[in-house]
Write a protein that binds this ligand. Sequence first.
Ligand code: SF4
Length: 315
Amino acid sequence: MCSRCGRGWAITAARGSCTRRRGGALPADVGELQTLPGIGPYTAGAIASLAFDRPAPLLDGNVARVLSRLFAIEGDVRAPRTRRRLWRLAGELLPRAKPRAFNEGLMELGALICRPATPLCPRCPLRKSCRAFAEDRVGDFPRRGKAAASKTVALLAAVVRDARGRLLVVQNPREGLFGGMWTAPEFAAPRRLTAAQKKEWLAEQLRAQFGADFLVGRRRTVRHDLSHRRLVVEAYDCSPAAKLRGRRRRWLDPNADLSDVALPAYARKILGLPRHRAFRSAVVDKKATKCAKLDPAEEKSLAEESVEVETWPVY
Ligand code: SF4
């Protein structure tokens, strides 16, 4: 062991302490664990809950990210005050039964689903309880210091209705912003086009994507603020002249209950749909920590990975 390695020294010192005081056994109590050299709150919580299945909270980077999104915590995630709040929440949510499974689940969720840059919200078992998701502000959390200056992104979108009044939505690729979610067909707008040229350009994009001609009509402008971006979307009413081709698309009945369709708030604005139903409770229903089933259509569409459809421009 390297004599300069503080961690190695701490492990040796902790082992010596356990040998002297406890006959070589590691304590299971969080408070006692923290009296050992090199063991802080996180390690103590991890040992107590993961090794001994004791109801001890733990807060690593993954858990902090999940909680800050779940509760839309506005404070800087590195600030002591926010850390205290996160610890408190981690403790309040912890069930008395099976704390090990709960903590492991939360860490795994942060590592595999609630990922830093590309969270897989449509597949997340907590999405119905997630405030950041409900408010379409997943990218805002966790907060870190001063927010960067906002950048404006211009898009052209097509609000396509069929003869029955249904709205066309397409699914974003899984990776990237709003991965796996459904939006109106949209495209990064080229600069310096006249109004007439924009319509022609949009019709061309739609023809290339869906293999049909479109009538491009009235325009509406929608603005939506994300954490570091302001979206300015020119949304055109469009109607197809023929049957559409291409997968990863679906028609939505605007009068149906769409609460289970993963539509970000800005897409709802573009499509003229009401906002997502209100965030129901600031407290996570512990039942929600069990895996929720995706609806079969969504599961099927998520599985259609082989088809590439350009629905979200690269920022
Ligand atoms: S819904 Fe999205 S942001 Fe919320 S906890 Fe799940 S993955 Fe994270």
